[in-house]
Design a protein around this ligand. Structure first.
Ligand code: ADP
Ligand code: MG
Length: 351
């Protein structure tokens, strides 16, 4: 019998790989926003049409790319962020797998324009379904602009699989919020079908939370701060009396990367035990700073799940720090919480 195994052409391999990273428009938004952050952008503008189904455009004022890098950026396993596998354990960037742009370009029509500060002229690359269409010089401001059009135009089965615009838009907003919360020093704007959904100027974390979720959030937040040799915890937790029946705003960030972690979520719930009624959910915006050598961010293609080498210790540190924050808020409310009745009681007792 003759041999039957063949190497897949790059285009096919990229399309298959795209299945892991690019499930829906929101995944494209996440990858493009993360690239903008990694490029050191101070201003990130997101424009979408029809919940990202026809257009996702991301503009940043980051470092931009040379002509060669712009071309290289669409190759699979092409990255400027790591050189060797161990580098993942010292990672300070969002990306490192070098597959996002290749995957996106395999399943959409992509236009990328980019310019570095030291160059006078920019590069414009067009790729459709993984095929290079054109590359030319263009005028461009410093930074990078990526337009992703007609996602899954070449995979009708996937396109049909997309949910209604409302659902897809909700997913995009979720991803946008996660990156915007993790980088409150960056200016983000977001427009859908010509109407502005967010305009978030650089701000403190508290102000960013308020700008994203509304003014009423200001009085709900209690700061959390705990420093241990293993992990530094900061951010805010919601006051117990503002817990909600629906799973509210619950965010964990590890080294400014949004992560999901059921085990650590339970640590927060444990600390709230007895303070909120059955069936109610607390909000939290919890930032963990940890030595990248102590986590593995490469256990999931989209990196929203990571592995901690000492998650039991982190569990107990989180529980203690939430309790601590809740205790401080009850005993010594800061002037931030002037409107709280407890404050008056405390104040009268003291004088
Ligand atoms: P990764 O982010 O994992 O490296 P990507 O496919 O997302 O992989 O990007 C490939 C490379 O292209 C990046 O490593 C980076 O050098 C470059 N790049 C992508 N987006 C931008 C951008 N917005 N600004 C500057 N460089 C970028
Ligand atoms: Mg990337």
């Amino acid at each position: 019998m003759s041999d039957i195994i063949r190497l897949l052409p790059d285009q096919v391999a990229n399309q298959i790989a795209a299945g892991e990273v690019v499930h829906r428009p929101a995944a494209v938004v996440k990858e493009l926003m993360e690239n903008a952050i990694d490029a050191g952008a101070g201003h990130v503008q997101l424009v979408i049409k029809e919940a990202g189904k026809t257009l996702i455009q991301l503009m940043d004022d980051g470092c931009g790319m040379t002509e060669t890098d712009a071309r290289m950026s669409f190759e699979r396993h092409a990255t400027s962020k790591i050189l060797k596998a161990e580098d993942i354990f010292a990672i300070h960037t969002k990306g490192f797998r070098g597959e996002a742009l290749a995957s996106i370009a395999a399943v959409a029509q992509v236009d990328l324009k980019t310019r570095r500060e030291e160059e006078e002229i920019g590069t414009h690359i067009r790729i459709e379904g993984g095929k290079h269409v054109s590359q030319e010089y263009c005028s461009s401001s410093v930074g990078t602009q990526v337009e992703v059009k007609n996602l899954f135009f070449n995979i009708p089965a996937r396109r049909n699989f997309l949910k209604s615009n409302n659902v897809e838009l909700r997913h995009i907003i979720d991803e946008f919020e996660r990156v915007a919360l993790a980088h409150s020093d960056v200016h983000f704007t977001f427009t859908n079908n010509g109407s502005e959904i967010f305009n978030l100027p650089p701000a403190s974390l508290r102000q960013r939370i308020v700008n994203v979720f509304g003014n009423r959030f200001n009085e709900k937040l209690v700061p959390i701060n705990e420093e241990t040799p293993l992990v530094k915890i900061s951010g805010f937790i919601g006051k117990p009396e503002f817990s909600k029946k629906t799973r509210g705003e619950q965010f964990f960030f590890a080294n400014n990367r949004y992560i999901r972690n059921g085990y650590l979520h339970k640590a927060v719930l444990k600390a709230f035990e007895g303070l909120i009624s059955e069936g109610y959910h607390p909000s939290y915006f919890m930032f963990m700073e940890i030595d990248p050598a102590r986590i593995d961010v490469n256990i999931h293609p989209t990196k929203t799940e990571i592995k901690f080498d000492d998650d039991r210790a982190i569990h107990s540190i989180i529980r203690t720090s939430v309790k601590h924050a809740l205790g401080q808020y009850n005993i010594a409310p800061s002037l931030d919480f002037e409107s709280n009745v407890d404050f008056e009681v405390y104040f009268t007792l003291e004088v």
